[in-house]
Design a binder for this molecule. Structure first.
Ligand SMILES: [Zn+2]
Ligand SMILES: [Zn+2]
Length: 102
């Protein structure tokens, strides 16, 4: 199940489970949209993959107990800010490779 992490791992901004700003990579590394578009350049600093908007998990039990009441968001903060210069070099190298060849 997708881990709904509570904050942007770069800037520590709160990203509650209903946030439209949350972005995730395929490993669930979680950042806010402004960090993804700005300092990260849509390259995950942990794995080199790209980001998509994190889906909003339903707050209400619309069907089959698949909701936040049964499966709450994580409270484990992972705040590990990137070094902007080092990441810019890493991201430039990744972006020079076609996505399907990364
Ligand atoms: Zn952020
Ligand atoms: Zn990642």
């Amino acid at each position: 199940m997708l881990e709904l992490r509570p904050v942007c791992e770069n800037c520590n901004k709160a990203l509650p489970p209903n946030s439209r700003e949350a972005r995730i990579c395929s490993y669930e590394c979680t950042y806010c949209g402004s960090c993804v578009d700005g300092v990260l350049g849509n390259v995950c600093p942990n794995c080199g993959g790209g980001f998509v908007p994190r889906p909003i998990r339903p707050a209400k039990n619309w069907k089959g107990d698949h909701c936040l009441i049964k499966d709450p968001a994580s409270s484990k903060v992972r705040h590990r800010p990137v070094d902007p210069e080092a990441h810019a070099q890493f991201a430039a190298r990744i972006r020079s490779i076609p996505p399907e060849q990364r």
